[in-house]
Design a protein around this ligand. Structure first.
Ligand SMILES: [Fe+2]
Length: 265
């Protein structure tokens, strides 16, 4: 596989077929490593993943500075149950009118590697609207903004480690990784673990998305089983009559089945 231009117009000139061929070559090389040699599979996205052009430029290349975790805690934001209102978990009631699109519930549990609930966990989400547009000055693609949808919410996990959001199903959106590049629909998640220094940022996807195979960000998680853990499942028990479809997605913070962090976008 040839190394790709990292960014800019040259990178954007690649076709989907070229990027897909690069994705396939990396996947084949990964498959060629026998399970015996591969103990648990890769547990994080590839930092340098050439099909995802800007991945080559956007991670540290030098050893990280060690910081005293307790010292960091003294300067980091703090929050408590009083700071997070239960209504902040409903992204459909933040404006005077109803947002456009398909109303959904996304719910699940935050667990540690032994399956124990992580309680009181701050879960933050951000996402595009139903048309695939973010309220962000860098997002200028010609899809409409929705005056009734900001696309951000947060909640605290309960005693069972459970979280629940009501929102609008985000649309896929184009980006400039290559010609005709589209991201599968996704919701960004941030979790802090038990300390500020443990922050995890990741993305949740929707089952059956036709863009999965084409998306170099999704595919930068090269282990198929690990990639699958980023995809929510449709749950009819979460679906509410006449109101919303339900998706379930659990987040595991540690251990071999942990949810992978995103490589950045
Ligand atoms: Fe996104």
């Amino acid at each position: 596989m040839t190394a790709a231009a990292p960014s800019g117009s040259d990178a954007a000139a690649s076709s989907q077929a070229e990027v897909s061929a690069e994705i396939e070559a990396i996947a084949s090389a990964y498959d060629a490593v026998s399970d015996a040699k591969r103990v648990t599979g890769e547990t994080q996205p590839r930092l340098d993943y050439p099909p995802y052009r800007s991945s080559l430029l956007r991670h540290p290349t030098k050893a990280l500075q060690q910081a005293d975790p307790e010292g960091v805690e003294l300067w980091s934001p703090v929050f408590g149950p009083r700071d997070v209102d239960a209504l902040e978990a409903d992204l459909t009631i933040q404006h005077r009118g109803e947002p456009q699109g398909e109303r959904i519930v996304v719910a699940g549990r935050v667990l540690d590697g032994d399956g124990r609930p992580v309680r009181g966990q701050l879960v933050e989400v951000w996402q595009a609207n139903a048309a695939g547009r973010y309220i962000h000055q860098r997002d200028q693609h010609p899809a409409p903004l929705d005056p009734n949808f900001t696309g951000m919410g947060r909640c605290l996990t309960d005693h069972d480690g459970a979280y629940r959001f009501t929102t609008i199903k985000p649309g896929p959106y184009p980006w400039r990784n290559h010609r005709n590049a589209w991201r599968p629909a996704h919701i960004h998640f941030s979790l802090f673990g038990t300390e500020f220094t443990q922050r995890m940022v990741t993305q949740m996807y929707f089952p059956g998305d036709p863009l999965f195979a084409l998306d170099p960000i999704f595919q930068s998680v090269v282990d198929p089983a690990a990639r699958e853990r980023l995809v929510a499942t449709y749950d009819h028990d979460l679906t509410e009559p006449e109101l919303s479809l339900g998706y379930r997605w659990d987040v595991v913070l540690t251990g071999p089945h942990r949810t992978l962090m995103e490589a950045g976008e």
